[in-house]
Write a protein that binds this ligand. Sequence first.
Ligand SMILES: C[S@@+](CC[C@H](N)C(=O)[O-])C[C@H]1O[C@@H](n2cnc3c(N)ncnc32)[C@H](O)[C@@H]1O
Length: 502
Amino acid sequence: MTSSPSNPDADKPDRLRRLVEWFADAVAHDRLEIGELERRGREAGVALRRDELHDVALTWPGKQAASQLNGACDGLRLEPPVDDTPARDQLIVGDNLPVMQLLARSTPNLVDLAYIDPPYNTGRGFTFEDRFPAARGSPPPGGRGSRRRSRSGWLNFLFPRLIALRDLMSERGVLVAHIDEHEHETLVMMCKEVFGESSYLGSIVWDKGNPKGDARRVAYQHEHIVVFAKDAKSCAPLRRPKENAQRIIAAADAALRATPSLAAAREKFAAWIKEARGLSGGEAMYARISEDRRVYRLVSMAWPNKKTAPPEYFRPLAHPVTGRECPLPARGWRNPPATMDDLLRRGLIEFGKDHTTQPQRRYFLDEHMQENIPSVIRFAGSDDDRLRDLGIPFEHPKPVELSARLVSWLAAPDAVVCDCFAGSGTAGHAVWEANARDGGDRRFVLIQAPEPIAPSANRGAPEHAFRRVDEITRARLERAATQYNGGDAPAPELLVRRLVPA
Ligand SMILES: C[S@@+](CC[C@H](N)C(=O)[O-])C[C@H]1O[C@@H](n2cnc3c(N)ncnc32)[C@H](O)[C@@H]1O
């Protein structure tokens, strides 16, 4: 296709006509043949990005209407009006769809971590509504009654909100969404459609260690934490600090301080590692202390693939004392000779007592304080007691400890975190907790609908008499803030805004 450099849109009608023809030709038996579309594109010199074309698509009644709700914020505004990146943490009371659309208009690219815990579509009513009748795309506020659980109703509700959230995210942005077994697969498919297949960074299994008491089916003891990037190439690699790294280094320092003999300190430290509780398998490998008093582990230098390494990767290493050749790995070394020479020069290759053992590579713990985020996280326990102490009636809040970890792993110290399904406000509390731990300056935007709370929610605590969920969110955050005014730092302030008619 050609276009005039002065006016790139000059041949638009022509391109559109051709596109319509291609689509018509590619439809056979009421299906769109992606291969045919690609062929026509190739002939015309237009490459189609296959990952943007869904040859397996999620469809449901009402999808088209749900994807066209981009004017939901017309005739509405936020009060008080504030511009730019939030200078303060905000709780916005209102339906999150128009709120996010308004925010995207005034502050595009605002959100670096979208941390959400949407209704799971369990068909039950909690403090908030979790039932989605088929015909309705927007359940709360106030939609109590129907006991039927409808997947299309839930999809029609969530789909436009994920689109609005994506449009509000920065290029480095990451979406983290809690979900359980009811809709995990559906959520992943829906997010693939909204963010693109290649933006799926994976699903973490959150093992809660407490199987549900269901006698007939698999007793689930885990939920999922689904992770998507706005753009997988622009977001930072998913990493977290090694949980026990500081503890291990402190134990080595203590062993070194306890005796002037390096050999005795090494022995003492190795014994500590053997006995220490709570170390992962990988962490427990860091059981050695180097001559320059750093903690390290040994790693095999064998060629890692099934296919044998090129011939130059088979150069033997001579033992520094006996001078004789050490055993070679069966499929060769993992590094070329130049890298092996460099490792030798820097003292990073450890030989055995004599030439009968294969040399290994040293990895220092202080150079590897971070690790990949694994696909399984074990975290038991609930925050019921914490909320009771704060005088907050809310069923099944997410634990602050888990949320704070996710925030500190996935949100840079200057990130803006958005939870558009705020509930009791755990995400905001977790941002304050993460900042307190690592000195970060993250800000949050929480959005909560003014949903009437279930009559049962105040039971046992009638003195609180909350009428709507947003009152709970606000009270929880204001009460939690008082815990973060240590030292010279004042307690964090919360700006409360509302969605109102324009
Ligand atoms: C699963 S709860 C979140 C719980 C929260 N993570 C916590 O730890 O407390 C989902 C929340 O989303 C709210 N919600 C549902 N639809 C909403 C909407 N359209 N706009 C804003 N909030 C909504 C519900 O009222 C409920 O409080």
